[in-house]
Design a protein around this ligand. Structure first.
Ligand code: FES
Length: 656
């Protein structure tokens, strides 16, 4: 497949539908241009007589309402996993009405359709709407997690209620033998701490107890029948942000989600500065570990409180993080990760308990820590591969987790290659003059109108929290640079054009090109009409260079991986943009600046927090957990920095 026409469809849309990334057949496609954001306000109904819980989320256009809910921990009924066949994902849409599909016509009465009822997995988010989500009615055998993945519910955590025969002179089996005989399909392993409480609990509960088993380890014996209460917490331990999802392991549904900045931030924004901290100060490792533990503990407390769940019923946790974050959280010296030849202490972490990570849940709850492929392709990426099904899809797919360290995975349906590209802090707002994190006040969407000098809105800004703009986050940075290239104010080398040229190509915007000190800047927002540019939110020439270096590092990475597999841009059938930054990139802007291959925007999809999704899958399905281990054998890591042509390629990729 060497035709480079990006508009030529050379793969089946059904392939994509299988992943739940397009409306199932029969759903009317709704056009969008791959730019901007859509606000979805979910009103989740609970028990009769209670007020709905309201959550607002912002997603790139085209994400299915069902997926947007799932990524944000909002459970919508489903037994088909968002594939348009179970007709259970009923929601009511208020606001601009989505098109009616034939599946909607079969599911709802005309009056219900007129009232806004639709199947959530057939509604793409293209306009701001409110979505009412009825309470769950089904007890699923499978759960939808990851990117349109459906997993059969088979958690490692099992609970067995047993009524044991009381001992007698004629039946002098030990307490443990009595329990083992009642659960004879498992080879129960029991440690001293459970033995210490076993006799008391058995007798106090008249030998009617619930055994809590994780894999085959008996971690507790509870009085009475508690068999329907079991929970787990999935953590995405990011360098910047940490996310926790509390899961009901009975139903596979999320109960609560919380996130916060990693408390290790004071030690530096990236992994290298945190590793350096441990090399400079012998106490730093302990303090960094403490900060990670505090972060995880606080989030665990928050999700349990929000979900009304007793932490002691959380019997297992899963954690996906990069190799440095995991090492620091476990108190393992990270220095070898930071210096050539970049060696991990271990790729996998058996035998870790939640308590080892500072997470105060059940005291004997194990922690599933995702294995890593290498020092710079960590457990978070293994979790992401699991969540996106990179190992089980026959299409050619490119996975890019955009961040300070950018991880790239390419699969042609047969071989899987991975690499890491040091993109630097530009995408997280670091090293950018007016850069900031994606928080309230950050400009995340930019639209420029070049032509009409009389226009009152030559610059349209989307600002997180709809407040006064305070700075530029990573997705806003990519958007503004893409727009400036589009309207001709930035040339292909990344330089602002001279004033006369600016007045010619973009008269409505030319006066926004000015100077702050010696540096050329483009002013995005002035707090007052006559404010000094230095007091404004602006993009500087140096900011453009920072972004150029970051995008060149990433595009050099995927270019070389494509070459390794003998592929060209148009052979890529799907690009998955992952991570807390990548998921919020506008596909159109990503194409325009060359961050991703030149492809129709339909092929570029936001994958959400895939590391967290992979961690959820590991809690819900033993089979998927095994799949994560298997990935270590299937993926080949490609080291780019020692390639002789790396620098030449990097320079080629700098241009827009
Ligand atoms: S989730 Fe099954 S039809 Fe929408």
């Amino acid at each position: 497949m060497s035709d480079t026409d990006p508009d030529r469809p050379d793969f089946s849309l059904d392939d994509i539908r299988r992943e739940g990334l397009l409306p199932p057949a029969g759903a009317a496609p709704v056009a969008h241009d791959g730019t901007g954001r859509v606000d979805l306000r979910f009103a989740v109904e609970g028990a009769p007589g209670t007020e709905p819980a309201v959550r607002s989320v912002r997603v790139p256009p085209g994400v299915m309402v069902f997926d947007a809910a799932s990524w944000n921990g909002i459970a919508i009924d489903s037994t088909c996993g968002g594939h348009g066949t179970c007709h259970k994902c009923r929601v009511r849409v208020e606001g601009p009405q989505p098109p009616v599909t034939r599946h909607d016509e079969r599911t709802f009465t005309p009056d219900q359709i007129a009232d806004g009822w639709r199947l959530a997995c057939l509604v793409p988010a293209v306009q701001d709407v409110t979505v009412t989500v009825p309470p769950l009615t089904t007890r699923p055998k499978a759960a939808t997690v990851g990117v349109g993945r459906q997993v059969i519910l088979r958690p490692a955590v099992q609970k067995r209620y047993v009524e044991l025969a009381e001992p007698s002179l004629a039946d002098q089996r030990t307490d443990l033998a009595r329990l083992r005989d009642a659960i004879d399909d498992l080879e129960l392993v029991c440690d001293l701490s459970v033995l210490q409480k076993l006799p008391r609990v058995l007798r106090a509960a008249d030998f009617k107890v619930t055994a809590v088993v994780v894999d085959e380890q008996l971690i507790d014996v509870e009085p009475g029948d508690t068999s329907t209460v079991r929970h787990g917490i999935a953590f995405d331990l990011g360098t910047t942000t940490v996310v926790a999802t509390l899961l009901d392991l009975e139903t596979g549904t999320p109960v609560a989600v919380a996130s916060m900045l990693n408390k290790q931030q004071p030690f530096g924004a990236d992994v290298i500065s945190r590793i350096s901290a441990t090399m400079l100060d012998p106490d730093a490792l302990g303090r960094l570990r403490g900060a990670a533990r505090d972060t995880l503990a606080e989030l665990a407390g928050e999700v349990c409180t929000d979900g009304g769940v007793d932490p002691v019923t959380v019997y297992e946790i899963a954690l996906a993080g990069n190799a440095t974050m995991v090492a620091l959280a476990l108190g393992i010296d990270p220095e070898p990760l930071g210096v050539a030849p970049f060696i991990m202490t271990t790729a996998s972490y058996p035998g870790v308990l939640a308590a080892d990570l500072g997470v105060e849940v059940h005291p004997r709850a194990p922690a599933v820590v995702f294995p890593a492929l290498g020092a710079y392709v960590g457990g978070d990426i293994v979790a992401g591969m699991l969540a996106t099904g990179m190992d089980r899809d026959k299409r050619t797919r490119l996975f890019i987790d955009v961040g300070t360290n950018c991880e790239i995975v390419l699969s042609d349906g047969d071989r899987i290659l991975s690499t890491a590209a040091p993109a630097g802090p530009a995408f997280e707002g670091g090293a950018i003059r007016c850069g900031m994190r994606a928080a309230d006040g950050a400009i995340e969407v930019v639209r420029l109108s070049a032509d009409d000098p009389a226009s009152s809105t030559p610059v349209e800004l989307g600002v997180i929290g709809d407040v006064e703009p305070m700075g530029l986050c990573g997705s806003g940075l990519v958007d503004v640079v893409a727009e400036l290239v589009r309207v001709g104010l930035l040339d292909s080398s990344g330089r602002f054009v001279p004033d006369d040229k600016a007045a010619e190509v973009a008269p409505a915007l030319a006066d926004r090109l000015t100077f702050v000190g010696q540096e050329r800047v483009f002013v995005l927002h002035r707090p007052t009409p006559d404010a000094d540019p230095a007091e404004s939110v602006y993009l500087s020439q140096r900011d453009v260079r920072e972004l150029q270096f970051a995008k060149a590092a990433i595009s050099t990475g995927w270019t070389l991986l494509l070459e390794e597999l003998g592929l060209e841009h148009n052979d890529v059938q799907q690009v998955l943009l992952a991570g807390s930054f990548g998921s919020y990139l506008s596909p159109a802007a990503a194409v325009r600046i060359g961050l991703v291959p030149t492809l129709p925007t339909l092929r570029i999809v936001s994958a959400g927090n895939v590391a967290g999704e992979g961690a959820k899958m590991a809690l819900l399905s033993l089979r998927e957990r095994t799949g994560a281990e298997a990935l270590l054998e299937e993926v080949t890591y490609v080291e780019l920095s020692d390639r002789s042509d790396f620098n030449d390629r990097f320079v080629e990729q700098l241009a827009f």
